[in-house]
Design a protein around this ligand. Sequence first.
Ligand code: HEC
Ligand code: HEC
Ligand code: HEC
Ligand code: HEC
Ligand code: HEC
Length: 280
Amino acid sequence: MEKITSGRMLIALILASAVFLGMEKALAQDFSDNSCILCHSKLSGPRGEPVKLLKQSIHQEVGTTCDSCHGGDPKDADLSWRAHKASPEAALKVGFIGKPSEEEIPEFCGKCHVTIKDNYLNSNHGAMGIPNCVTCHTSHSVQRTSLAKIRQEVCAMCHETPRGQVIEALIVEARHRLEQVSDLVEKYRAYLPSGVEDQLNSVQAQDATVGSVFHTFSMDNIKEQTESLKVKADTIAQEVEELKEELRNRKKIGVGILIFTLCAAAALFYYRKLLPIPHD
Ligand code: HEC
Ligand code: HEC
Ligand code: HEC
Ligand code: HEC
Ligand code: HEC
């Protein structure tokens, strides 16, 4: 018994270390050909920090790394290093952007987040250039966002009135209504015409644009968007209610027909009983 247990433990230990070594190798592979990370992880202060910060960010998770934002070729350390030392113009020629200035940040992030950038640049915030993308999201520890981020602590840096909370409440209310309607459609899916589900999909697609409308930083736009979501959700709810009413009526008619048939059968039965029994 003793022996079996320790034998098993040994195997478990070997397996665990194999998994561990495998993981180490996988991680090493991820970084072994990325000269930006290799070199910067050896640097201290603000030059080394991005490597650690990025590890906990949504960008690293989706494979957006140093060169995705800053440009340069992670496979060619020499070229990157020469680009570091070249003039900004010469560096750009080999695709190295380096550190963006405050004014360049919206375009820098907006390479990938195009609609958000456009909305931001047309906003009050964009016109002033402050707050910019990294004031609110940071540069290297960007996290997945949520409504909870539209809170006073970010906005209160400049606004006394609780704009974040007002916007959050509008969005929460619209989303709550949309969830109720999705549940309703789910429940009656089997009976609903396919048009209703298409309508729901289109409202959900519109809901997915709320995050980018938010970056217009205009109360009017945000109100219009959330109001339109609620109106469309209400229309769908109305259609489902009408269907429920129809199903209820059909049920009543069904029960009516059943009772009538049973009565008719009973009447027929008694009527036959009343007939004189034929003799031959
Ligand atoms: C051989 C080491 C090495 C490699 C490889 C390297 N860097 Fe650097 N990097 C540095 C050092 C050192 C600095 C400090 C500033 C300087 O000397 O140019 C720096 C600075 C920077 C800066 C800040 C520039 C500024 O103006 O403050 C950015 C951004 C940057 N590197 C990104 C990258 C990216 C992206 C890559 C890969 C394509 C990369 N680095 C590859 C060593 C390196
Ligand atoms: C999502 C885009 C993004 C990614 C990915 C990214 N950076 Fe940056 N980085 C920025 C922005 C924006 C700035 C300028 C604002 C600032 O200094 O925070 C910056 C600034 C820097 C600076 C200058 C810091 C200073 O204080 O002077 C260095 C060095 C740097 N990045 C290196 C890296 C390295 C190395 C990686 C990969 C581990 C990386 N960055 C990944 C967006 C990014
Ligand atoms: C004033 C602060 C602020 C500024 C400036 C800002 N954002 Fe945001 N961003 C937020 C908040 C808060 C959310 C969460 C909104 C939500 O969940 O509806 C968000 C959400 C996002 C999202 C997710 C959108 C989605 O559909 O879920 C992305 C991507 C993003 N921001 C990128 C950017 C970029 C790029 C810039 C600059 C052009 C920028 N942000 C400027 C505060 C800001
Ligand atoms: C090379 C393309 C690229 C660049 C440049 C870039 N991002 Fe992203 N970003 C992505 C991708 C891809 C995702 C993940 C999208 C997803 O899964 O929703 C993402 C996700 C995000 C999110 C979270 C979105 C969410 O769903 O909550 C925010 C916030 C964000 N980025 C902000 C920024 C900021 C700020 C900058 C500039 C400092 C920046 N991004 C630069 C590609 C990029
Ligand atoms: C760095 C300062 C700063 C930060 C941080 C900031 N704002 Fe602003 N914001 C301004 C300034 C300045 C204006 C233009 C003047 C005004 O309307 O008060 C403005 C305007 C606005 C407007 C337009 C007002 C309207 O009536 O349409 C909205 C909405 C807004 N901000 C929302 C936010 C939200 C939400 C946050 C937090 C996620 C935030 N702001 C963070 C400085 C800031």
